[in-house]
Ligand binder design. Structure first.
Ligand SMILES: Cc1cc2nc3c(=O)[nH]c(=O)nc-3n(C[C@H](O)[C@H](O)[C@H](O)COP(=O)(O)O)c2cc1C
Length: 328
């Protein structure tokens, strides 16, 4: 069977090989709902929440920050000890998700200073206790792990084997050290070594933004799936595009500028619906990416980035959509 016709098996379920990765503050609940307009079935990761935050309900009713319409979802957590894991898992499962993911790839200073995120990769004994506790609390549910190449030193291969031994169902690898953050070339040769050495599915993360980079990542790693991070930013159609490319072996995904701008408009609506007026300020992180390449929008961009009027932003975007329709 052609690799690109196949799917990735994670736990008991099969998914498209193209998976929506977690980007804190970007791939949030409104964005994930927008992705569903293009990709109803691809697995999407939530952004990371510490298990203690979930147990203590920080963030009130939105502490679990997702809606059922976003499923299938891999709910991502952080932990720096076995404390809170049992209660957090119970709450997440009760809320209804498809998998739970532990992130030990986070490089953020506040996270590693408390012993969580990628710092856990430097403490295999503690990590093993934490992984076994998750497995104990998730006997029937799917439990995945996201790692880096290592913390300060590259030990991703040992950690991958440990993860498999502790019963993890699938492993996502972002092959950079904590010290590299998100820059430089991801070490795909490490992912190749990991894929060769373990039998659970391996998902590669890092610099996969289109069909050419996905194909090249597969050729270099043999991974079973692809976690799309920054490539999905302001491109909610990205997973659908990659699925189309894989099905047609690289034909150009047919998407019009009108559909792109309509997606931007809907993104703003979903942000307002979720956050109230502050949704407009949050949307500013996305707007320049949506407007890139639209010459008509050059002059508007600055005004939209500074306006305090939700109505002005909505009407300007809807005029841009109308402009595209008129030019057809
Ligand atoms: C702004 C930003 C936020 C991120 N937030 C998370 C996160 O919450 N959890 C996580 O596992 N990875 C997070 N990542 C890492 C990405 O999921 C991904 O592994 C990394 O960016 C490499 O993939 P990419 O080149 O496709 O972006 C974040 C990355 C960025 C740039």
């Amino acid at each position: 069977m052609n690799y690109w016709d196949g799917q990735i098996q994670i736990g008991k379920r099969k998914y498209s090989r193209f998976i929506g990765g977690p980007l804190d503050g970007i791939t949030d609940s409104p964005f994930r709902r927008l992705v569903r307009d293009f990709s109803p079935d691809n697995l999407l990761y939530t952004e990371m929440r510490h298990v203690g935050t979930i147990v203590n309900k920080v963030g009130g009713p939105k502490a679990l920050n997702f809606m059922q319409a976003e499923r299938p979802l891999n709910y991502q957590v952080a932990a720096n000890s076995t404390r809170f894991i049992a209660e957090a898992c119970e709450k997440i499962i009760a809320a209804g998700v498809d998998c739970i993911d532990l992130n030990i790839g986070c490089p953020a200073r506040n996270v590693v200073n408390s012993g969580g995120g990628s710092a856990l990769m430097s403490d295999p004994q503690l990590l093993a206790n934490i992984l076994r506790e998750f497995r104990r609390c998730l006997p029937e549910q799917t439990f995945t792990l996201k790692i880096r190449a290592g913390y300060k030193h590259k030990n991703g291969l040992d950690i991958a084997k440990l993860a498999q031994d502790c019963g993890v169902d699938a492993l996502a690898v972002h092959p950079r050290l904590q010290t590299e953050k998100f820059a430089g070339r991801p070490d795909y040769s490490l992912v190749y070594e990991i894929k060769k050495s373990i039998s659970i599915p391996v998902i590669v993360s890092g610099n996969i933004v289109n069909w050419a980079t996905a194909k090249s990542a597969y050729e270099q790693t043999g991974a079973d799936g692809f976690l799309i991070g920054r490539g999905i930013w302001a491109k909610p159609w990205k997973l659908a595009e990659l699925d189309f490319n894989a099905k047609t072996m690289g034909q150009v995904y047919p998407i019009s500028q009108e559909i792109m701008l309509k997606a931007a408009y809907k993104h703003l609506e979903l942000m307002l619906d979720y956050h109230g007026k502050t949704g407009m300020y949050c949307f500013r992180k996305h707007l320049p990416f949506y407007l890139r390449g639209f010459t008509e929008a050059q002059n508007l961009r600055k005004e939209l980035m500074t306006t305090e009027s939700v109505d002005y932003m909505l009407s300007s975007l809807s005029q841009l959509v109308a402009c595209q329709q008129a030019s057809l």
